[in-house]
Design a protein around this ligand. Structure first.
Ligand SMILES: O=C(O)CCC(=O)C(=O)O
Length: 260
């Protein structure tokens, strides 16, 4: 059975959650009207990397972005995921939230590896929990941007049979070849779909590269966006993972005693 995916490769208004929610709502409604069942937004899509203003613009997980995503997911009966600036007491996190087609939040994954090149560690706390979740009994994993440079963390997510790795990002243009190569490698080595959403546009310090991707478990690029705003569509059968894991049974052949 095929699942229709929409990857919303959008620009982000710096530090302006209200404007970003307005734009994201339009794009989610368009993707849902086009028959998408899983809709992916980028990393920190409500705020961008306006980290020094998180005190003002970050929100709790029952804030206005929660209300919007819950209502859109339930109304259109779609799954929606993307990361937001989360406030929890006096601490801030970069948190990937996932809402299922009933509007229930089924996962909130706090970015585990903070990216020093963008000063994340000065403003945010890192998470310590995995980003696994299930939609309609199918296991998935979701991680954030820099996390994909840590293959051991990705593997940890894949040991429960996850069929796809969702990645949300604000990946800068100068390293877009790393983005592409890392994502293809994560798909091949874990024999899973990789569904990766990057933003486009600029903030005061960076230009972001787009090239959102959908990659199959053989490492073949099924769909790839350019470097401007677009909604990238792909239709995938998550059960394709089973045939490939049977053909080359890497999870059976692992020897964790040698390398853990
Ligand atoms: O690893 C990289 O080159 C980019 C990572 C990044 O931009 C992020 O984690 O926000």
């Amino acid at each position: 059975m095929k699942t229709n995916i929409a990857v919303i490769q959008m620009d982000i208004a710096f530090g302006d959650p209200e404007e970003n929610r307005k734009q994201a709502r339009k794009k989610i409604e368009k993707a849902a009207a086009e028959g998408s069942q899983i809709i992916v937004l980028p990393e920190l899509w409500t705020t961008g990397y306006d980290l020094s203003r998180f005190e003002t613009i970050a929100e709790t997980l029952d804030g206005p972005t929660h209300d919007l995503l819950r209502d859109l997911a339930a109304y259109h009966q779609v799954t929606i995921l993307g990361s937001i600036a989360e406030r929890d007491g006096s601490q801030f996190y970069n948190t990937l939230v996932t809402y299922d087609e009933t509007g229930a939040r089924v996962s909130s994954y706090r970015k585990a590896h903070l990216f020093r090149l963008m000063n994340e560690e000065k403003y945010l706390h890192s998470g310590n929990e995995k980003g696994n979740f299930q939609i309609a009994d199918v296991p998935f994993a979701g991680v954030i941007c820099y996390d994909i440079r840590f293959p051991e963390w990705m593997r940890t997510h894949m040991l429960d049979g996850s069929r796809a790795l969702f990645v949300v990002a604000e990946w800068p243009k100068p390293r877009i070849d790393h983005w592409r190569n890392l994502l293809v490698s994560r798909a091949i080595e874990n024999q899973c779909f990789v569904i990766a959403c990057n933003r486009v546009g600029k903030d005061p310090d960076n230009t972001f590269g787009g090239h959102s991707l959908v990659i199959d478990p053989w490492g073949k690029v099924v769909a790839e966006a350019g470097s401007h705003e677009e909604i990238l569509h792909a239709s995938v059968d998550f059960s394709d993972v089973d045939a490939i894991r049977k053909q080359i049974p890497i999870f059976q052949d692992r020897r964790p005693g040698l390398y853990e």
